[in-house]
Design a protein around this ligand. Structure first.
Ligand code: SAM
Length: 408
């Protein structure tokens, strides 16, 4: 199974091609022993310390980059989280915020600026970022763009356990409870790929990656025990009618239970309650594994072109897969979280004070005769966050709480 190279994509610079070729050589060496699972391939092309997309300085966020996330699209998204933060404060939660996978640092900047204006600054704004290059980028930006008093509240860590590890740095207080935010982090985690007639375990084959001629290609392999166990978890719920005759491709993040357990262990203090907001694109199990999604949910982004070929430009493009929020919620419960509910990004944002803030801001800008382009940008940003045809429906948010008890 080889895929045809996509000639509509922009051609990378010579330097980028050289970087990608070095990663390809490294991957060839790894595949000389055996094909790689797609999760291993994804980990290499996204997070290899030297050539990975998120580690090498390749990723560019925002309008001029490969893709635009919600906090890059409009500060109104972050204002929705500031509203949640204020609700958390009213509910007596702790004084900290932790952002997982902070990308360009945009959300952190907007969050802290808005909190300063509303007099509700978190004591500490933790950033858990696995890419050292992005950590450095976020640090530079936050130091340059925030007043010292705000910048000093930001603390970087590279594993969740460090929020509570006094031995790492005795002068840093441990996690005090509060808000944990992750936007488009789960979709960037390595996922295994397989094909099956949905719900029929006897048809499952794992799709691994191997070298064929000059290109990488999918190779069908017997299903591994962890993949079989994970599919077994929801295959029984599958409707048995109207199954396609041909197997379809799909993806699954097998590391999710371990990740959730780590999060629970790090943030689950009885005396320091936390609310988690996990945003991503995806849906319930039936939606993500819909039989007519013959090529799964794998999506690659290169300079604002979205396509389905993860073997193009290794290390230069982003690779994502959809989040199955139903399974995520079940796994979260098993890991000790309370699942508070899942909704679309539009339903979430419209339930905060952001629509009112948006109207006030628009009226203010009109009255003050603000630049029309700025007014249009604000309106466009709001529309893109909530419209069903834009990010409003495809993007979902799951709210989890720790410790696992109900809250208002
Ligand atoms: C698609 S970007 C999203 C960036 C940002 N949240 C935004 O919305 O613009 C994914 C981010 O998650 C980070 N990341 C991936 N896996 C992670 C993990 N297990 N823990 C923390 N950060 C992670 C990446 O390095 C990157 O910063």
């Amino acid at each position: 199974m080889t895929t045809t190279p996509d000639f509509s994509l922009p051609v990378p610079s010579q330097a980028d091609q050289t970087k990608s070729l070095q990663l390809i050589e490294h991957l060839h060496a790894r595949m000389s022993a055996a094909p790689l699972s797609f999760a291993e391939y994804m980990r290499e092309v996204l997070y290899h310390p030297t050539w990975g997309y998120y580690s090498s300085g390749q990723v560019q966020f925002g309008v001029g980059g490969d893709f635009v996330t919600a906090p890059e699209r409009s500060p109104l998204f972050t204002l929705g989280l500031v509203y949640e933060w204020q609700q958390a404060q009213k509910a007596g939660l702790g004084s900290d915020v932790c952002e997982l996978g902070a990308g360009s640092g945009q959300l952190a900047l907007d969050f802290l600026r808005a909190c300063a204006l509303r007099d509700c600054l978190p004591h500490r704004y933790w950033i858990l970022e696995i890419s050292p290059e992005l950590r450095a980028r976020q640090h530079t930006r936050i130091q340059a763009e925030l007043p010292m008093e705000l910048a000093a509240r930001v603390q970087w860590i590279d594993r969740a356990a460090d929020v509570s590890n006094r031995q790492i740095s005795p002068q840093i207080p441990t996690w005090a409870g509060g808000l944990v935010i992750a936007n488009e982090v789960l979709d960037a985690m390595p996922a295994v790929r397989f094909r099956w007639r949905p719900g029929v375990l006897s048809t499952v084959q794992e799709l691994k990656v191997d070298v064929q001629g000059a290109r990488f290609a999918w190779v069908a392999q017997p299903v591994s025990p962890p993949l079989r166990a994970a599919l077994n978890d929801f295959a029984g719920r599958w409707p048995t009618e109207d199954l396609p005759d041909e197997p379809v491709a799909a993806e699954i993040n097998l590391a999710l239970p371990v990740w959730l357990t780590e999060m629970q262990a790090a943030f689950g203090h009885a005396q320091a309650p936390s609310w988690f907001y996990l945003f991503d694109y995806g849906g319930n199990t039936a939606e993500v594994y819909r039989p007519d999604r013959t090529d799964g949910t794998l999506r690659c982004h290169y300079r604002h072109r979205a396509h389905n070929d993860p073997f193009v430009y290794p290390g230069l493009q982003d690779i994502t897969t959809w989040v199955d929020f139903e399974t995520l919620a079940r796994r979260a419960t098993a890991a000790g979280f309370h699942v508070d509910g899942e909704r679309s990004q539009a339903a979430w944002l419209l339930g905060t004070d952001v629509p009112a803030q948006f109207s006030t801001l628009m009226a203010q800008m009109m009255n003050e005769g603000s630049d029309r382009a700025m007014v249009a940008k604000l309106a466009q940003g709001f529309k893109e966050l909530v419209m069903p045809t834009e990010m409003g429906e495809r993007f979902r948010v799951l709210r989890l709480t720790l410790p696992a008890h109900d809250h208002p």
